[in-house]
Structures are given as C-alpha cells and as structure tokens.
Design a protein around this ligand. Structure first.
Ligand SMILES: Cc1cc2nc3c(=O)[nH]c(=O)nc-3n(C[C@H](O)[C@H](O)[C@H](O)COP(=O)(O)O)c2cc1C
Length: 366
C-alpha cells in the first residue's frame, strides 16, 4: 500500500494525495496596463495541466501582495479585483480536475525590481520606467542588486496589511490553501536572518525581534482567512552559512527554524514547507533530497507537520520520505515541469490508485 497516494486533511480541506506542485514563478504576466500581475493563458495551462497530471495540491507561484512586492514586473499579484477574478476562473478548473488550489503569497523586498531570469535577473536600472524603490529590513543590498531603503514603521505596517488584504482576496478567489512565503531571501526571510536584518528597533536585533514581522503577518492572515482553511508557511531552514547552535548566531540556522516553527504552531499554522537558502550566496550541498533532513527535524521536534521539497524525483524516494515520517507530503518543482504526469506514472510504479482520477478522454493511456 502506498502512503504517497493517501489523502491528507488539514482543517476542512482534504488533499487527495501527497504529491504536490511546488510554487514556481513564471514571470509571464503583462508588465503594463490593466493586466499587470494578472494570471493569463500561460498560467492557466501551466497550473491546470499539473492538476490533470494528478498532483493533489497545486500551489501558484509566489504572488505579490503589492506592486512593490513583486520580484520582476512580470510577476503575478493579488492586490486588485482583475487579478482576483482571473485566479477564481483558474481555480474552478483546478477543482474540476480534482486537485486543491493553493496560493503562495510573497513580497520580494530587496530582491524586487529585477529583470526576469532569462534577462539575467539583475536589478532594473533606476531610470527604467518599470523599476521601483525596494524596501528591506536594512539598507543592505543583495549581490549586485540596487540597495533597498530601510523599511520605516509605516512600511512595515503596510506589509502586514497587504498580506492580510491579499489573503482576503485569495479566499474570494476560492483558493483553499494559503502559503506565506518566508523563504529564499525574500522580504520575510530578510527580516528573519541576521545577515540581512541589522535593525535596532523591535523588528530586529534579538531572535524575538527578527521573527516579529513574520508572526504579525501570520496573525493578520489567520485573522482574515476562513477558519476551515489551512495556512502553510514556507521557510528556509538554513542560510547554509553557519551551523553554530544558538538563536543569535550570525545567520539563520536549523535551530532557529525549529524555535520559530513552534511559535508558528501557537498561531494556527497547519504545515511548514521546508526549503533552504536564498538570503546570501553559499555553498549548498545539492543532492537528491538534500533538504529532507530539515523537514524531518520539524516533524520530530515541533507539533507542526512538515512537507519536504528539493530534488525529489523518484517515486520510491517520495514514497520513502512520507512512509518514514520525514514529511507528510512532498512538493515537486522541476520534475513536474519536465513531466506533468509524474504523479500518475509514480502511482503505476508504486501500484497505487491516483485520486484525482484521470479524465475519461485520457483513460486509455493509463
Ligand atoms: C522556475 C522556478 C520558479 C520558482 N519559483 C518559486 C516561487 O515562486 N516560490 C518558491 O517558494 N519557490 C520557487 N521555486 C523553488 C521551487 O518551489 C522548489 O523549492 C525548488 O525548485 C526545489 O524543488 P525541485 O528540486 O523539485 O525543483 C522556483 C523554482 C523554479 C525551478
């Protein structure tokens, strides 16, 4: 019996299986006019194809809570009605094919105002009409990116309010899961890590100060998000620069993550999606399942269930991760770009049935 293809329930939402689509930016929205940040044909095809392919949960890419929260001008957003309606139409299709639609809400902070990756990903020139002034906990640039402005108290209040407004819109768009993006060196991770947060006010300094913004965002989102729907948080478990024990080490560490996640449990977070890195360049020992040990620590040392992500590509590997209790589910990123039908093929290997069922039109192939 495969556990990978067993359903799992969070509050009132049941994912039909534990193979989930990781959030992946497509940088494919219009950059000017009424359709800025609006999901279009590309996004619908991209997301719905993976639902037909059998993934149990489809997470949209990092979707900006405000225009200045985008990474590039071509990112998706959820700060207006046009965006909200477009997502609602896609979500109806995802649900029609039996998968659960979820959204990752993000704010890029100092990594914003950037070119799309296939144009190099660097900062837009300051005089580019599409550029904007980025904000971050401290005025410390990331790599070659144009340095951000230090966020004022007003900026911080706006970030919290923008996440709450975005979550409220997401519920109107019929998303069933909201994931707060606190990983990969984007704004919330920038506040968590001592490498990027040099503030001396209540949002910096101590561990309690650095996690304050994320806790406020989670509280605000939980406050507007329907009680019967789950909230997930994506974390970077480590900056990969220091494995020193102690909460006030020089970078963000797995120990700090465990303490943070226990605080998130008290705020009603239903699952932590465990990734790593992104706040500074570091040597990362990339190999199959290289981030799974961080998920295992969350599973063993906190009361919050963890999902694993990162170079999970083989059916038996995914099955083992869930079967051994290292994670309750797996997110697949690039493997689902290569093969939208991975879940259905994996089920054949593992002798399992996939829910959602294959549409009748394709049944002869499976
Ligand atoms: C094209 C692409 C876009 C991505 N965009 C996001 C994103 O929007 N949010 C996020 O948290 N991670 C993003 N990631 C990271 C993936 O969610 C995932 O964590 C990573 O690719 C590792 O998993 P994999 O080895 O299965 O691809 C992106 C990855 C890729 C390849």
């Amino acid at each position: 019996m495969s556990v990978l293809f067993e359903p799992i329930t969070f509050r009132g939402v049941t994912a039909p299986n534990r193979v989930w689509m990781a959030p992946m930016c497509q940088y494919s929205a219009d950059v000017t006019g009424r359709d800025v940040g609006v999901p279009g044909d590309w996004h619908r095809t991209h997301l719905v194809t993976r639902a037909i392919g059998g993934a149990g949960l489809i997470l949209t890419e990092a979707t900006a809570v405000s225009p200045e929260g985008r990474i590039s001008p071509a990112d998706l957003g959820i700060w207006n009605d046009t965006q909200t309606h477009a997502f609602a139409e896609i979500n109806a299709q995802i649900e029609y094919f039996g998968a659960v639609p979820g959204i990752q809400l993000g704010h890029a902070g100092r990594k914003g105002s950037a070119h799309v990756p296939w144009r190099g990903g660097g900062s837009l020139a300051g005089d580019d009409r599409l550029s904007w002034q980025t904000v971050a906990p401290s005025a410390i640039g990331f790599g070659d990116h144009t340095p951000p402005a230090e966020a004022t108290a007003e900026d911080i209040r706006k970030v919290v309010a923008d996440f709450a407004a975005a979550a409220e819109r997401a519920s109107r768009a019929a998303f069933k899961v909201v994931e707060i993006h606190a990983a990969h060196g984007y704004l919330l991770h920038q506040f968590l890590s001592p490498l990027s947060n040099h503030r001396t006010d209540e949002y910096g300094g101590s561990f309690a100060g650095r996690i304050r913004l994320l806790l406020e965002v989670v509280k605000a989102v939980r406050g507007v998000w329907p009680a019967e729907l789950p909230v997930f948080v994506r974390v970077s478990a480590t900056d990969w620069l220091s494995e020193e024990p102690g909460l006030d080490a020089g970078s963000w560490t797995p120990d700090q993550t465990v303490t943070l996640v226990q605080a998130l449990a008290d705020l009603g977070v239903d699952l932590v999606d465990v990734s790593s890195g992104g706040v500074a360049s570091a040597r990362i020992p990339v190999e199959p399942g290289y981030q799974v040990p961080f998920a295992r620590r969350i599973q063993n040392e906190t009361t919050v269930p963890a999902a694993a992500v990162g170079l999970i590509t083989e059916p038996e590997q995914a099955e083992r991760i869930v079967e051994s209790g290292e994670a309750v589910a797996v997110f697949l990123g690039r493997e689902l770009l290569r093969d939208p039908y991975w879940p259905r093929k994996a089920a054949r290997v593992l002798n399992a049935q996939v829910t959602p069922e294959i549409p009748a039109q394709y049944a002869r192939a499976f």
